[in-house]
Ligand binder design. Structure first.
Ligand SMILES: Nc1ncnc2c1ncn2[C@@H]1O[C@H](COP(=O)(O)OP(=O)(O)OP(=O)(O)O)[C@@H](O)[C@H]1O
Length: 365
């Protein structure tokens, strides 16, 4: 499962407003990528273009040998079935209970029997920790539950590509941490290609394999998490450090005089903080598409900022990794019952009975 998406020279405008131009990137199969950018830089437009809901002015979106913007209607319809999409608000039908909302794509796009639909819906509801909430209406549940219901619906057609638009919007930091864990767990389980749009820097720093940044109508950078988190590029440093100092202004980019004034005052976008360990699946397995910590930095001879890859217990995950993988079994496999426990909790692990999946009946607000 999971397919590569290759975007080449993509440009999109509405009338005379250019949203972004000449965007090229590859979303590697099975990996988690995050797209960042100041508000209004066209992140949602990019997601909608990827799934064929908006047509770019020019450029290619290759999924295998299919170039999505140029597909005839019938093939576009088929190709869209490869995608699961979680929109910002979950996009649930208010008058349908969660079961029917989640069953909707199956009833619309497949000829499965009701008993088969029930099996699939309950399986996906269990995956997102919503079993027991089948009868609830969207208006009766919290924002976090709506996101998880939207996620379950995005999963029912077994997507090879999962697009998630601002999973953290409207969620408190704890629920965002649960949702991040759920995303990592789902990626480990279904091995699809994930693209997440987010404003949450902690999510961007800990969840993905790759990060991209849109600014000034361009994709400033896209690459492995370690590349962006060790980048000296001012706009990348400013964004990932969440600072005012740097090229990004209040509503658009700063002009030259503002930047010169900042330089005179010695303001800069801040030193690079340590690179945190990447969030691991909660059952301790290594995701099939996951790279060992420090792999990109080593390959490119880049020294990480001091304190990188050290978790809250003081363990350095570059040193720990070979032992961890050996203990946890082969890459992609869950730990077996007879295996020794890993050396303490995996990095960035939220504590609790089943990380990523608070019980459906539990507190959600
Ligand atoms: N269908 C449309 N017609 C015209 N303009 C549009 C359309 N959709 C989006 N836009 C414009 O495209 C720009 C980018 O919007 P988009 O929602 O993609 O930004 P974003 O980066 O996702 O923002 P945010 O982070 O605030 O959600 C905005 O100026 C928006 O008004």
């Amino acid at each position: 499962m999971g397919v590569e998406i290759r975007v080449e020279g993509l440009t999109k405008s509405f009338g005379r407003q250019v949203i972004w131009q000449d965007v090229s990137l590859t979303l590697p199969a099975g990996e988690i990528s995050v797209l960042l950018g100041p508000s209004g830089t066209g992140k949602s437009v990019f997601l909608k273009s990827l799934v064929g809901l908006l047509k770019p002015d020019r450029g290619n979106i290759w999924i295998g040998d299919r170039n999505l913007p140029y597909l005839p209607e019938g093939q576009l319809y088929d190709t869209r079935k490869l995608f699961g999409v979680l929109f910002q608000d979950g996009a649930l039908f208010g008058s349908m209970n969660l079961f029917d909302n989640i069953a909707f794509p199956l009833r619309e796009h497949t000829r499965k029997s009701e008993s088969e639909i029930k099996r699939i819906v309950l399986e996906k509801m269990e995956m997102v920790g919503l079993l027991g909430a089948e009868k609830k209406l969207p208006g009766e549940i919290s924002g976090g539950m709506k996101k998880r219901a939207g996620l379950a619906r995005a999963l029912v057609l077994d997507p090879e590509i999962l697009l998630v638009d601002e999973p953290d919007s409207g969620l408190d930091p704890v629920r965002t941490a649960y949702l991040n864990q759920l995303i990592v767990d789902l990626n480990a389980q279904i091995n699809a290609t994930f693209l997440i749009v987010t404003h949450d820097i902690n999510t961007a720093r800990t969840v993905p394999d790759n990060i991209g940044l849109l600014f000034r109508r361009e994709l400033v950078m896209f690459g492995p998490r370690e590349m962006l988190l060790s980048s000296e590029e001012p706009v990348v440093r400013q964004f990932l450090n969440a600072r005012r100092q740097g090229p990004i202004g209040m509503s658009e980019e700063k002009d030259v005089s503002e930047l010169e004034a900042e330089a005179r005052m010695g303001a800069d976008p801040g030193r690079l903080p340590p690179i945190p360990p990447q969030l691991m699946p909660s059952d301790g397995r290594v995701r099939p598409a996951q790279s060992p910590p420090g792999a990109w930095l080593r390959a490119h001879g880049v020294q990480p900022p001091p304190g990188s890859f050290v978790d809250e217990t003081g363990r350095n995950w570059i040193e720990e990794w070979p032992r961890y993988v050996a203990t946890m079994g082969p890459v992609g496999a869950a730990a077996g019952p007879g295996q020794a426990p890993p050396p303490g909790p995996p990095p960035q692990h939220p504590h609790g009975p089943k990380p990523g999946m608070p019980p459906a009946g539990g507190p959600h607000r």
